[in-house]
Ligand binder design. Sequence first.
Ligand SMILES: O=C(O)CCC(=O)C(=O)O
Ligand SMILES: [Fe+2]
Length: 379
Amino acid sequence: MTTASAPKSYKLELLSAYGPVFRDVLKSPPRDCDASEVPIIDLSDIRGSEKERRALAMKIRDAAQNTGFFYIKNHGIPKPHIDAAFNQAQSFFAQPVEKKAEVSQKQSKFFNGWSERRETSISPTESRDHREGFSFRYDPKYDPESKDLAAIPEKVKECLRDSVVNYYPKNTEAKDAIIDVGLGAHTDLQCFTFLWQDSVGGLQVLTNDGQWIKVPPVPDTFVVNIGDFLMRLSNDRFKSTVHRVYNYAAEDRYSMPFFFGFNFDEKCTVLPSCIDEENPAKYEPISCGETKLSRHESTGPTAPIANGLFADDQGTFNSTFEHAQDPADQAVKSAPVIVLRELDYSHSGGYRKPRALTDIDIVNAQLLKEETAKDLIQM
Ligand SMILES: O=C(O)CCC(=O)C(=O)O
Ligand SMILES: [Fe+2]
């Protein structure tokens, strides 16, 4: 008798500006990255001779075209500033939930503020995110250290500097237990991200071959990665790479990403220098604000809970389940139903926009057989 071999890969659903995209991902465990995949680039030459600056620019270009992730060292950001920010992050998250709720992201029009554990679900294929975040936007107006605003070039003034501090609580399960993802698989939306991570580890990056690789902390470096808007600007020359976080450690993990990109009212258009006869523009101009809004709507508190099951344009249900481990979903175990929230998507303008917030008993609505519903709930 032949036994069917277990599939070696699974489909990972990702959110993009045009709706869901899928990647084949190997089921093999994450392996360590090597220096060719995520190089450490020394920025000391940034103020060197033209030759040195060119050589540095080429290293950055190669890394941006290869994995889209690299470390930078000798970046010039003073250690006391980083330590002070890290201390603030720890003190903020150590406060009681009621205190943090006073600055809840739910009250903000622009997605600033605190998001609680399991509030977001950045990856439709994975569990809810087991992390807390605090999002804010840098504005020199509120900077306690006055800055010479005239020194900032006009073009850069239009850019947005979004920041988050992330807190991934320590793992209290057994080392080999299946745990929730800290922050699910995603690409960053803006142009590029500078990420400071503490010494705990947990960041993983997806290679082109669909293998998760670990990008461990390297003292005194920042991780830099390319975001979606830079990938569009460069007509896909620079790679916006999928990444996620799992905190398997018995220690709390903190990270501080800084997203550099466009303001809400800007348009992201492919640069003329990245287009020629053989490489026509792959992307239409898009509104940065709308894209950002649509991403937040799809990942925030109202994101689908029974992720991976959604109707396509013909109303057919596609099952792309990988995990449905969310205890909130599993709470419906007692009944042979799966309640889908926010089932209804419009595809207007190429964005995946939630149109309505609905609770649907999909068994009663005869969209799913009771047996299948039970199987899905048990997964
Ligand atoms: O915590 C990390 O290492 C990564 C965080 C991240 O990817 C994000 O906030 O977009
Ligand atoms: Fe990210």
